[in-house]
Each structure stands twice: as structure tokens, then as C-alpha cells.
Ligand binder design. Structure first.
Ligand code: T4K
Length: 404
């Protein structure tokens, strides 16, 4: 039910009172929030811990190239996840590219289209064809049957994505990979801190790739890593991220520059100390959204399995045909109120370039992807968002979406 006198935060002016649609910014009223509420506002929770480590970086006079903080960061991430190796990188996309190359993927690799475009680009960028397989609309993750349908003689691998930090069907994908002699790795960009059957994500497939981008629950400003139990693979990736150098003047492998800098490791170490706090805020926010949007016909909020760990970093609402407002009407109304809700990952990678021109008929095999892409709204969460803000955001949605 709509709170008939929902009020919103608008510093410097009287709080906006929302009683009817006339009070909405799309109808000419002032916006509810003076400052934009973002999806992906960085969590900055341990400023003192970060600044103290930045001092350490400057005192060390060692800024990059496998410095002491990066080494400490790698040790702590590996320990946190229970993997043998963490190879820290400058971002998740370079980490994907290096992992793909180190695994020897070539020809065609099966990926979801329902992901951030970096998953596909990291293949295409190195001359490998991303082949898009459809998802299970209930989980938003690759559907194993759809993966099977896309295998050809040119297929060399599968990249599963743990979308929203919820595990891809790891066992089924491993079985398919084993049956067809394919390499399997995971894009775990959303899944730092998640578990699958109680086991940390980071421990599945040949390796898993993490992103620590500013907009992630756990961030190093820019950053990423490949985690693996495979000693040889880890060694190859360490060479690849540093031009192939093994010691001074000795290049033994083709490589690039994928190194994480010390300041990013400083941010990561500080945030790791406070990661539980971030998760607690996200859990609280997710529950607040679920509660405040409950019972609106045609609107649901994606759940996280209560027996698994998840950072609850993405609040994913789905708007279906049973809702009196369309997804795009709700997004437009929220933007007018300075709530920058997003449509991640609409319209799907297969409808972005160069894939739209290269594979104009890919959508025929991606029915679920298309339907889900037209339904999602990602709502702001993280430490910058309070339960009061969520109450106000949801009051606006309810006003638009509840039948008169
Ligand atoms: N695989 C998957 C499944 C991924 O989701 C990603 C990245 C990757 C691979 C690649 O990992 P990285 O190479 O990025 O490490 C953002 C992020 O840039 C991207 O890292 C992330 N996924 C994706 C889901 O979201 P955009 O294009 O939406 O970013 P942008 O600039 O629109 O920022 C998002 C919101 O955050 C904005 O409303 C502004 C706000 N923001 C952003 C930054 C950077 C801030 O308030 N402060 C900030 O410092 O891609």
C-alpha cells in the first residue's frame, strides 16, 4: 500500500511530500533527491585504513610492479577464498583476457549475452568468437541445455558468469566441458564473497575472474584478479601480466601490462577489513526493498539463497506484463527524481556492437535473454543508501505501479 504522505530527502528545501502523481518530478514537481542516487556508488568504509596504507606506499617508494601491498593483497584474497593462487590485475577485463589466453581458448567460446559486455569483448578483442547462449530466466544464469545447443566443432571453451553474484550452474557446465573436451572458466566479476553449495566462488572451473571495480561491493578503485588452484596456469598468468618477464632482462613469454598498482592494493586491503560491514548494509537494503515493494502486481525483487553467502550488491527488480507501469516508465520517473536506476545489462551483449552486425539473428536463440532484458531495473544500494531513501524510492515506484 502507498504511504499517502511519503516524504523524500531534499536537503536545503522542505522535504517533498508525495501524495499523488502530481507530486512526481515527471509531472513537473521538484525532484525527490537533491543529489543523484547511483547504482554502484563506491563503498568507502575504511578511509583511515586506506590512508594509512597510502602513507606506507609512499614511504616504501614502491608504486607498482608486484609491490609489497599487492603481494599482501594476493595472499589475503587467496586465503579468504581458499584458493592456492590469486593473480591481481589492473582490472577485471584484462584479467579475463589474460585468463582466456593462458587457457589457450580459441575459435569459438560460449558465453551468456546476459552479462556486462566485457565478457564478450575480452574474447572478441583477441580474435575469438563469442557465441551467445541463452539463460534460465529464473536464475539469469546460463542454461546448460542452451549451452549444449551452441557447441560446434570450433568450440574451445565456455565462460560461465555468476550474474548478480549468484552461482552459475557450475556442476552442469563442468560436466558439459568434460564431455566435449572444452575449457571452462568463470567470470566471477559480481561474485567476490559468494558461495556455491557452501564453497567459495573462485574455486570452480580452471580459474575464475574477479572484478574489484569502484562500482563493485568490494573495490580496489580499478582492479581485478584471476584465482585458481592450478600452479602452472597461475605462473603463466603472472608472466603474461608483466610482459613475460622472468627476472631482469629475461622475457620468456608473450605478455602485456596487467599489473595492479600499490594504491589499488591499499584500497583493497582496507576494504577487505571492512567487507563484512558492507555486506551487512547491502543485506539490510535488499530486505528493505523486498519489503517495500512486496505485493505490487507485476513487480518482483530477485532473491538471494539464504543458505549461501552473497554480497547482496545488486537489487534486481523485474517488471512484468502484470504491472500497470512499464519498466521504461518507472525508470524515466525515477531518473526525474534523481534516482539513477539502471537497466543492466539491457539490451544484451548480442544487441551491442560489433555483435549486433556480426550476428543479426542471434536473438532467435536468446528468447529468455530478450525477455529478461526488457524487464529489469537495478536499484541503488550500498553504503551511500539508507533505509529511508529506499522507503522513498519504493513509494515513488508504488505510486506509479499500483493499480488505481
Ligand atoms: N564481467 C562482468 C560481469 C562485469 O560486470 C564487469 C564489470 C566486468 C566483467 C569487467 O570488470 P572491470 O574491467 O570493470 O573491472 C560499470 C563498471 O564500470 C563495470 O566495472 C561493471 N562491470 C559494470 C556492471 O558497471 P558502467 O558503464 O555502468 O559504469 P558507469 O560509469 O555508468 O558507473 C556506474 C554508476 O556508478 C554511475 O551511476 C556512476 C556511479 N559511480 C561510478 C564510479 C566509477 C560513482 O558514483 N563513482 C565512481 O567512482 O559500468
Amino acid at each position: 500500500m502507498l504511504n499517502p504522505a511519503a516524504t523524500t530527502v531534499h536537503p536545503g528545501t522542505p522535504r517533498k511530500i508525495i501524495r499523488s502523481k502530481d507530486d512526481l518530478a515527471i509531472n513537473g514537481a521538484p525532484p525527490a533527491f537533491a543529489e543523484t542516487l547511483h547504482v554502484g556508488r563506491p563503498n568507502i568504509v575504511n578511509r583511515a585504513g586506506f590512508l594509512q596504507r597510502v602513507d606506507q606506499v609512499l614511504d616504501n617508494n614502491w608504486l607498482t610492479n608486484n609491490g609489497p601491498l599487492v603481494q599482501e593483497f594476493e595472499r589475503r584474497i587467496a586465503q579468504y577464498l581458499g584458493v592456492r593462487h590469486c593473480v591481481a590485475m589492473c582490472n577485471g577485463t584484462i584479467a579475463l583476457e589474460i585468463a582466456i589466453r593462458a587457457l589457450g581458448m580459441e575459435g569459438e567460446v560460449i558465453v551468456p549475452s546476459w552479462t556486462f559486455v566485457a565478457t564478450a569483448h575480452s574474447l572478441y578483442w583477441q580474435g575469438i568468437t563469442p557465441v551467445f547462449a541463452d539463460i534460465d530466466p529464473a536464475t539469469h544464469n546460463l542454461h546448460p541445455d542452451a549451452v549444449r545447443r551452441m557447441i560446434t566443432p570450433r568450440t574451445s571453451g565456455i565462460i560461465g558468469v555468476h550474474l548478480w553474484g549468484r552461482a552459475a550452474p557450475v556442476e552442469e557446465l563442468q560436466a558439459i566441458a568434460d564431455e566435449h573436451g572444452l575449457k571452462l572458466m568463470f567470470d566471477a566479476a559480481h561474485a567476490f564473497g559468494s558461495t556455491c553449495q557452501g564453497k567459495s566462488i573462485g574455486r570452480f572451473g580452471a580459474c575464475e575472474v574477479l572484478s574489484f571495480h569502484a562500482t563493485k561491493a568490494f573495490n580496489t578503485m580499478e582492479g581485478g584478479a584471476v584465482v585458481t588452484d592450478d600452479d602452472e596456469l597461475a605462473e603463466t598468468m603472472r608472466l603474461m601480466r608483466n610482459f613475460g618477464f622472468k627476472g631482469y632482462d629475461n622475457v620468456i613469454h608473450p605478455g602485456t601490462n596487467g599489473k595492479m598498482v600499490e594504491v589499488c592494493a591499499a584500497m583493497g586491503l582496507a576494504n577487505l577489513d571492512s567487507f563484512d560491514e558492507i555486506i551487512a548494509v547491502n543485506r539490510r537494503n535488499h530486505a528493505a526493498y523486498k519489503q517495500a515493494l512486496a505485493g505490487i502486481p507485476g513487480i518482483s525483487v530477485l532473491d538471494y539463497d539464504p543458505v549461501e553467502r552473497n554480497s547482496h550488491h545488486y537489487v534486481v527488480a523485474e517488471i512484468d506484463g502484470g504491472c500497470v507501469a512499464s519498466r521504461d516508465e518507472i525508470i524515466a520517473a525515477l531518473h526525474a527524481e534523481n534516482v539513477l536506476a539502471r537497466k543492466y545489462f539491457w539490451p544484451g551483449a548480442h544487441r551491442m556492437q560489433p555483435y549486433r552486425d556480426l550476428f543479426p539473428h542471434a536473438g532467435l536463440m536468446l528468447g529468455n535473454t530478450g525477455r529478461v532484458a526488457d524487464r529489469v531495473i537495478i536499484l541503488p544500494t550500498g553504503t551511500a543508501i539508507s533505509p529511508e531513501m529506499i522507503g522513498d524510492i519504493c513509494a515513488i515506484i508504488r505510486l506509479l505501479a499500483e493499480p488505481a
